[in-house]
Design a protein around this ligand. Structure first.
Ligand code: NAD
Length: 469
């Protein structure tokens, strides 16, 4: 018996195709997920289009009140949701993982409900009065990844609903149960048809991105899929918010205190066992403190327990799927073969069940090595030595992605000066990856376009309309 059994039963497939979802930590069965087809997508879009006008007519206050009730519903079911998420995605209950993710769902719903959204008077000079409003788009499609399946779904749907839209969600094939369960809980407080999850494959994603009745796609996933969505959406001139892949750089300035920053560096890189878009994936350290930073980071990383998510002791889990495990293993092996030094990890135990890859630190590595240049999206951090800040900034900016970045220093003013030279949507100082529902978040270069969170995030889910009289 599991606490989430009733919830899982309520989302079980009743007809059509289904797929067995296995726990990535143990290989045991979590449950059956429906495999929805294009007819299911058509039904969901029609129901959304029918429910949307009445929802839009409710106005901001009533919609915000419903989102607050939905946040309460998430909190009532928090432990069931966290345990199911832990089993399907693999992330531990503890640490900044499953319980944290469910908590963030409630927090982001409340933030979307509580952010003021008023028309702006752009000009009012006695002759012209021009106001900028944001009208509902209609039906929004939300397509998401498998790493933070619940939280990213909320990032997409909370502002969409707040702005008066209906939503059709297409979750990742790897983590459909988490998203179906979350939507089931949210729908306790939402009108019928307004929010539907279509748990299909890539064909359903493509059809959603090209559907004439969908006004906007909120997409979070890889850069390659983002480009495919741009193409699918071109004929219907859809609005798009694209949160795509990253390969975030961190620069440690020579005045940083290695001991003081080691834990922040660790979680910046290894949160969700490295399966995080805006995680630290390339660490540039000044040669004066290179050895000390490597030593302190190794001490922190070596002490972090990894294992099955439902075990309360663990804070790191498995990779979510075999494909991701193979990518990480290939890149670490290539780094070792090229002469880089493995300070920790790099030696997965392939006899045990589950896609566990140990926390891995790789030193004395060339900046052109694939472990540095490619998005490895797992628990391996290359640490690159530099001698001038100009050199570090050039290396940080050399890739065609730019989601996040960070600068680490005992002098925040000096760190800010370096931050302004980095090409990334967010540059954190003495932390990495700290997202906040009040603060806009989005990528530079091929990490995507459009902003999420805060008032900017709400505006992105509306159609701007000027009333000029
Ligand atoms: P993915 O691109 O493989 O899949 C994401 C979603 O797109 C899935 O639901 C998938 O079914 C769907 N999809 C696949 N092909 C499609 C198509 N042609 N048309 C429409 N939909 C299609 O990504 P993933 O492997 O699930 O997630 C990992 C990636 O996501 C990493 O690159 C990571 O950096 C990125 N990511 C970015 C952010 C961010 O905020 N920028 C957050 C999390 C993850």
């Amino acid at each position: 018996m599991e606490t989430y059994d009733a919830l899982l039963a309520s989302i079980a497939p009743t007809s059509g195709q289904s797929r067995t979802i296995l726990d990535p930590a143990t290989g045991t069965v979590v449950g059956e997920a429906p495999v929805h087809a294009l007819e299911d997508l058509e039904r969901a879009v029609a129901a959304a289009a029918a429910a949307q006008p009445e929802w839009a007519a409710l106005g901001h206050d009533a919609r915000s009140a419903a989102l607050l009730r939905a946040a309460d519903a998430v909190e009532r079911s928090a432990e069931e949701l966290a345990r199911l998420l832990s089993r399907e995605q693999g992330k531990p209950l503890n640490g900044p993982n499953a319980r944290f993710e469910v908590g963030a769902c409630a927090a982001w719903l409340r933030a979307a409900a509580g952010t003021p959204m008023e028309p702006e008077t752009v000009v009012d000079d006695g002759e012209t009065r021009a106001e900028l409003h944001h009208r509902p788009i209609g039906v929004v499609g939300a397509i998401g990844p498998w790493n933070w399946p619940m939280m990213i779904t909320i990032w997409q749907i909370a502002p969409a609903l707040r702005m008066g839209n209906a939503v059709v969600v297409k979750p990742s094939e790897y983590t459909p149960l988490s998203v179906l369960a979350l939507a089931k809980v949210l729908n306790e407080e939402l009108p019928e048809g307004l929010l539907t999850v279509v748990s299909g494959g890539r064909d359903v994603g493509e059809a959603l991105a090209g559907h004439p009745a969908i006004g906007k796609i909120m997409f979070t996933g890889s850069t390659a899929t983002g480009k495919a969505i741009i193409r699918s959406s071109a004929d219907t001139v859809k609005r798009l918010t694209l949160e795509l892949g990253g390969n975030d750089a961190g620069i440690v300035l020579p005045d940083a205190d290695p001991k003081a920053i080691a834990e922040g560096l660790f979680w910046g890189a290894f949160i969700n066992t490295g399966q995080t878009c805006a995680a630290l994936k390339r660490l540039y350290v000044h040669s004066d403190i290179y050895d000390a930073v490597c030593e302190e980071l190794t001490a922190v990383a070596a002490a972090m327990p990894m294992g099955v998510g439902l075990d309360e002791a663990n804070v790191l889990g498995p990779l979510q799927n075999r494909q991701q495990f193979d990518i990480v293993a290939r890149l670490v092996d290539a780094a070792r073969d090229a002469g880089a030094k493995i300070l920790l990890g790099g030696n997965p135990d392939t006899d045990q069940p589950g896609y566990f890859y140990p926390a891995t630190l790789v030193a004395d590595i060339d900046n052109n090595n694939p472990l540095v240049a490619e998005e490895q999206f797992g628990p391996a951090l290359p640490i690159i030595r530099y001698s001038t800040v100009d050199e570090a900034v050039t290396m940080a900016n050399a890739l065609d992605v730019g989601l996040g970045a960070s600068v680490w220093s005992s002098d925040p003013a000096a760190a800010r000066g370096v931050a302004t030279r980095i090409q990334a949507g967010t540059v954190w100082i003495n932390k990495h990856g700290a997202v906040d529902p009040r603060v806009p978040f989005g990528g530079a270069k091929q990490s995507g376009y459009g902003l999420e969170f805060g008032v900017e995030g709400l505006k992105a889910l509306g159609v701007p309309q000027v009333i000029n009289g």
